[in-house]
Design a protein around this ligand. Structure first.
Ligand SMILES: [Zn+2]
Length: 525
């Protein structure tokens, strides 16, 4: 991404840009025959012109500014774009945030927002209809495509808010957190929410059973054998599954966990599978399919090899209740190449042989800031990372992914110049006085454009000038960041190689001994 601060533009100006480019886009579309004509063809085709240049296409900053590089105890704030962005709530959130600093308790902005809806000074809550009217889409949804591309959107303020948020970026599928993903204690699902969720889904033609794949809590490690930890993790897991059941959702993605607390990998896998089997027996979990996410690797992480997934699935009693969500960034970091057509075919063949194609139920679509086999989990924007545009062309043109939810988890925080936000209070609470720091705003237009970009790749001629230009431009955008991360990985490997005294296990050793710090830099996994 560009490090320049974007000049916020109104949504109207984005729309007019889209309209200006309509004709060239339409003729190209016809030529490549990427998508069947859609009902909202004007807007859709116009919006299909993808421009990743943030300066040109960034939209109104969506609610509060946030600092970059915060610790993993807080994540970027996802809020409905226009909904409830009133000053009262802003003030409340700020107040709560500063209180939170005094305690070591893991706090989460989404949860904070959830809790701040008590009507102290807050005016009447806007209706769903009002919110939608205030939130014109950044890109129209492509209707009738076999590619179900979407993004991990916010469900802050109630999971039903995820639907207008998905619509806002033109998503045909989406992920969300069903509750705070960074803390254990959560209020139960408000019984008034499922009907709101269900009616919003049917109104906007999202099939909850097919298009929506919630993401599990980052805290849950079902592989840890300690009884108290097992109980806590299991209860959170089953609670999420029962929320899915109540909302009509059938796919649920989670991280398989790690073997840190277990005597060995095999017993960690047995413990994990036992918890999954137990959950599948619980009638509250309905027939929700639990998806193991492929992982990037790192210390004791389960799910970073296809063999791990195979071994877990082998122990699952109800095979119809288990599946895999393939994360493109993670498999690449774990050493599976998908960049060339040959590499892609060979990786997917390995998946089919080792895991089984019938278990592939969803994918996370992310480029990677870190090189192949680095075991670093760092998501990059599409085409800007080490995977590059061709990898995504391979995927969207592969029938096995058609009809599956393909969810972006790419970065959308756009830095704003420090002087624009002033010195302000120090986020850490340690430094005082006017400190210049990088702030960020979320630009959901990035997802809107990436969705259109991926849709556009289907059926596109990779030999065409258009593809080559796009590939080159995106690769150039990510060059500095790739160099930076590659250098980090090299230094880490060198250090590990020295430690292991030239045993030739440098990179592997480094990945094994790496702490979870790589996750710190990621907002979504
Ligand atoms: Zn992921």
């Amino acid at each position: 991404m560009s490090a320049d601060a974007p000049e916020p533009e109104s949504i109207t100006s984005v729309a007019s840009e889209e309209i200006e480019t309509k004709h060239s886009s339409q003729s190209r579309k016809r030529k490549v025959g990427a998508e069947p004509p859609s009902r909202s063809s004007k807007r859709t085709k116009a919006a299909a012109v993808v421009d990743i240049d943030v300066k040109k296409t960034s939209v109104v900053p969506e609610k509060s500014t946030r600092t970059l590089h915060r610790s993993r105890t807080s994540i970027k704030q996802e809020t409905p774009v226009v909904a409830e962005a009133d000053i009262t709530k802003e003030a409340n959130v700020k107040k709560r945030s500063s209180r939170a600093k005094k305690t070591p308790v893991v706090q989460d902005q989404e949860a904070i927002v959830d809790e701040e809806v008590q009507p102290i000074t807050k005016p009447k809550r806007k209706t769903k209809k009002q919110k939608e009217e205030e939130m014109p889409p950044l890109a129209a949804r492509t209707i009738g495509s076999q590619l179900l591309i979407g993004a991990h959107v916010s469900g802050a303020g109630g999971v039903h808010n995820s639907i207008p948020n998905a619509l806002h970026v033109g998503a045909n599928s989406f992920a969300l957190f069903l509750k705070s993903q960074r803390k254990w204690a959560n209020p139960p699902l408000d019984p008034t929410i499922p009907p709101l969720f269900t009616s919003a889904c049917s109104h906007h033609k999202y099939d909850a059973g097919v298009h929506i794949v919630p993401h599990g809590s980052y805290l849950v490690n079902l592989a840890h054998p300690d009884p108290a930890r097992t109980k806590q993790a299991y209860e959170s897991f089953v609670d999420d599954l029962s929320r899915c059941e109540k909302l009509g959702i059938r796919l649920y993605n989670f991280h398989p966990g790690n073997s840190a607390g277990a005597p060995d990998r095999a017993s960690a896998i047995r413990h994990l599978a036992a918890q999954m089997n137990r959950a599948h027996q619980d009638p509250a979990t309905g027939d929700v399919i639990t998806l193991l996410e492929t992982m990037a690797g790192g210390k004791n992480t389960l799910g970073s090899t296809f063999e791990d997934l195979r071994d877990i699935i082998a122990l699952i009693e109800k095979k119809e209740r288990v599946g895999v969500c393939l994360d493109t960034c993670h498999i690449f970091a774990a050493g599976y190449d998908v960049r060339t057509p040959d590499a892609y075919q060979s990786t997917m063949k390995r998946f089919d042989t080792i895991v089984g194609k019938e278990y592939l139920k969803a994918a996370h679509i992310n480029d990677s800031k870190a090189p192949l086999g680095s075991a670093r989990d760092l998501h990059a924007n599409i085409g800007t990372g080490f995977l590059g545009l061709r990898a995504f062309w391979n995927l969207v043109n592969d029938g096995r992914f058609h009809g599956l939810p393909l969810v972006l988890e790419t970065p959308i925080d756009v830095p704003v110049k420090a002087e624009l936000v002033g010195g302000g209070e120090a986020e850490s609470g340690k430094k005082k006085g006017p400190v210049k720091k990088a702030k960020a705003v979320e630009d959901k237009g990035i997802w809107a454009r990436e969705i259109k970009l991926l849709e556009q790749l289907r059926g596109m001629d990779v030999e065409s000038r258009e593809f080559e230009e796009m590939e080159t431009r995106l690769a150039a955008e990510g060059a500095a960041e790739r160099d930076r991360v590659e250098d980090q990985v090299r230094r880490r490997d060198d250090k590990a190689a020295k430690k292991s005294a030239g045993t030739g296990r440098g990179r592997k050793k480094a990945a094994e001994t790496e702490t979870e710090s790589s996750l710190d830099e990621d907002e979504l996994d």
